[in-house]
Design a protein around this ligand. Structure first.
Ligand code: AMP
Ligand code: ZN
Length: 723
């Protein structure tokens, strides 16, 4: 790195960009809040660790001796979080497999280290385990009690927030117990609800516990980091990193504890990475948008494509992850690597000087608040420049010390079959001779074999197109398929089945539909809404070469409404019928549905429906006739009606109340909704419902219900007018 480059970094504490001045000349102490190891780290967590890695690499390139400590939270936070979110199922499940908490922690720690290695994250100097440093936490707590910053109540120790005047300086938040008070009962042992636990008494039956002057117990989460920072790095450190959610209360509390106990500044520079979103949403198991590094590999991606993707956004900006964006990142990474494979030109003084100019620009860009995307852009300019190969390679290898993208990896070029190599040379020669027609024919031939051809100044390159790129059939959003709504009906019925899980369920449903809806005038559209791989393959087997059936594979869970919209956009029937995979046909439903829907006053028909007086509680309609909403298990309408009401509202990711919303949308146009309980269908258990944990069901159902109420809550006319 050129000597005149110096780091300026945004400090969360001062809310300003500041020049870096180390506590000790030539050395840098970095602490990173590490993973909680009772579950896999997701790609959002990994983004936060990449920030720490880029910081570390920058400092090392600048010549600092960096000590990097990343703790492993295997006690404390683990329990707190599980209690708060009711997530102890994970532990319970692992226990059911006969694992101890220690084994669980070891398992997920290994998974985490493996993910970090795949992302080329330099291993921290030390990965201290919280469980192995409890004595230090007890000691620190004792100091705080002795100094009057903490008090003990029934075997618990609490930090007294009012005793520490600087409380709130990092986050600007005091949040009188909001964080905890909102989710759990107010703790009667706390003198002030803002106070937080340093030590908790062990409840009866708890196995993971340690002795302390206040009885057996276990440490709080925040004290862990205070104690380990002091033990492994000293009383004052240079950098502390984490995600923005760590600012409050975790880091605010850490400052209070450390500064109160040690009587001096705790951390010079606080760095917080913004979150990663997936498909525009916070990642959550229940939203079905959580990814782990192995999920990306399974889809054929190089984990470093994820690193590349993170490198395209500044760490203080949110990053929205989508599979198409990851594909673009993979392409970018492949191309950057390929650019280093070009033939050598002559190394001249001028070329070396030009290379040095770019080098300075690269490091300067990175030095401005660790602006990796700006640095990456300079690396790209270098890659595209006409610099001789040797100069370019050396320069990009230098860039890669920071980027960590393994730019010299040539995997794709190794092992090309000899004939492909031969055709590559031939195409280059044909182009050189300006025989473009034959050169292009060769390209088409290669493409058909799964190879992509790229011509550069230096020659023709050939890349194996990975499986994920060949699968054009995979869709990432409903807009990936064309809308045929304006085209006239080509068949009578479109039967739409959307399935997310349950191989057996889809098979039962689909075979009953095929058996009961024979004839050319009906098409079946199945949307695989992010099925497990083997189930998706099974679905293809079932479809075989049935011309009546089309299967769309979503590359991830699109959300319930969006997946249904895929089928609505592609439907060519005069009537559309949604059939849930929990439903089995026992006879032909088409004649009766057609009869019901040929009444122009009817907009929607089905087998099950609901009635309501107040739009808040809904009862199953007991008999055939008009209902306030048709339930989604079996829902039929004229395709035409979509022109008036539009497609489904894609904000409904979870399926519940989506049927109510759509029914009301149809009924608000003046149509009736009717059911016929004599339709030959039966209903089985609903897999999506059974697979969703109880508390998640409540949360998701409520969320959808509020959405419904917001839209329709005032339309009492729709529940009083008819009937
Ligand atoms: P945890 O294992 O929950 O303690 O989280 C580990 C690290 O990941 C912490 O530094 C969090 O701030 C960070 N983190 C959590 N969720 C995300 C996200 N969606 N994007 C980026 N970082 C995150
Ligand atoms: Zn921490």
């Amino acid at each position: 790195m050129p000597a005149d480059v110096s780091l300026r970094i945004f400090n969360t504490l001062t809310r300003r960009k500041e020049p870096f001045a180390p506590v000790e000349p030539g050395r840098a102490a970095v602490y990173t809040c590490g993973p909680t190891v009772y579950r896999y780290a997701h790609i959002g967590n990994m983004r936060s660790y990449l920030l720490a890695d880029w910081l570390r690499r920058f400092l090392e390139a600048q010549g600092y001796a960096v000590t990097h400590v990343k703790n492993i939270t295997d006690v404390g936070h683990m329990r707190q979080e599980m209690l708060d979110r009711g997530e102890d199922k994970v532990l319970a499940a692992a226990r059911a497999e006969g694992k101890s908490p220690r084994e669980i922690a070891a398992f997920y720690t290994n998974a985490f280290l493996s993910d970090e290695a795949k992302l080329n994250t330099l291993p921290a100097t030390t990965f201290p385990r919280a469980s192995e440093n409890v004595a230090e936490m007890v000691e620190l707590t004792r100091t705080l009690v002795e100094k009057g910053f903490a008090y003990v109540a029934e075997g618990n120790a609490y930090f007294s927030v009012s005793r520490f005047p600087g409380y709130g300086k990092l986050s600007g938040q005091q949040a009188a117990g909001l964080e905890e008070g909102a989710r759990v009962e107010a703790d009667p042992l706390k003198r002030d609800q803002r106070d937080f636990a340093l030590w908790k008494a062990a409840e009866p039956g708890r196995t993971l516990k340690w002795p302390s002057p206040w009885g057996e117990g276990f440490p709080g989460w925040h004290i862990e980091c205070s104690a380990m920072v002091a033990k492994f790095l000293g009383p004052e450190i240079d950098f502390h990193t984490g995600g923005v959610d760590n600012i409050f209360p975790h880091h605010e509390d850490e400052i209070a504890q450390s500064e109160a106990a040690l009587g001096r500044r705790h951390v010079r520079y606080w760095l917080h990475g913004q979150h990663l979103l997936v498909d525009g949403l916070k990642m959550a198991k229940s939203t079905g948008n959580t990814y782990h590094i192995p999920d990306l590999e399974r889809r054929g991606f190089d984990p470093l494509a994820f690193r590349y993707l993170c490198a395209t956004a500044h760490y203080r900006a949110r990053l929205n992850f989508t599979l198409p964006s990851l594909r673009a990142a993979q392409r970018g990474l492949n191309r950057l690597r390929l650019s280093l494979q070009q033939a050598d030109g002559r190394v001249t003084k001028k070329a070396i000087a030009a290379g040095d100019g770019l080098r300075r620009e690269f490091w300067r860009a990175a030095a401005a608040d660790l602006n990796i995307p700006a640095a990456l852009a300079v690396a790209w300019r270098a890659a595209r420049s006409p610099l001789p190969g040797a100069v370019k390679r050396e320069l990009l290898m230098d860039c890669d010390r920071l980027l960590g993208l393994d730019l010299l990896r040539t995997g794709q070029l190794d092992g090309l079959p000899a004939e492909v190599q031969e055709w590559r040379r031939e195409r280059h020669a044909l182009r050189a001779a300006r025989d473009y027609a034959r050169a292009d024919a060769l390209r088409t031939q290669l493409l058909g074999m799964g190879y992509e051809v790229r011509d550069t100044r230096a020659g023709t390159q050939v890349l194996r197109v990975p499986a994920w790129q060949q699968e054009e059939a995979n869709i990432s959003s409903s807009r990936d398929v064309a809308s045929l709504l304006d085209e006239p009906a080509a068949v009578d019925f479109t039967i739409s089945i959307v399935a997310r899980q349950g191989c057996a369920e889809i098979e039962r449903c689909l075979s009953s539909v095929r058996a009961c809806t024979r004839g050319k005038r009906t098409e079946i559209i199945v949307v695989d809404n992010g099925f497990e791989e083997d189930c998706a393959a099974h679905l293809e087997d079932m479809a075989g070469d049935d011309e009546k059936m089309r299967v769309f594979h979503a590359d991830h869970f699109l959300g319930s409404a969006a997946a249904r919209n895929v089928s609505l956009r592609q439907a060519r029937g005069r009537y559309v019928v949604f059939i849930d995979t929990s439903v089995e046909l026992k006879g032909d439903i088409r004649p009766r549905l057609r009869e019901l829907l040929d009444d122009p006053t009817v907009g929607m028909a089905g087998r099950w429906g609901v009635l309501t007086n107040d739009l808040r509680s809904f009862d199953e309609a007991p008999a055939s006739g008009d209902v306030h909403a048709v339930e989604g298990y079996l829902m039929a309408f004229r395709r035409e009606v979509l022109r008036e009401v539009g497609f489904l509202d894609e904000k409904f990711r979870f399926y519940r109340h989506l049927d109510l919303d759509f029914s009301f949308a149809v009924r608000s146009r003046g149509y009736r909704a009717v059911i016929d309980t004599a339709l030959p269908v039966v209903r089985h258990d609903h897999v999506d419902w059974l697979a969703t944990p109880v508390e998640e069901r409540d949360r998701l159902s409520k969320r959808n219900f509020y959405r419904f109420l917001q839209k329709w809550g005032e339309r009492t006319d729709l529940v009083t007018a008819r009937r």
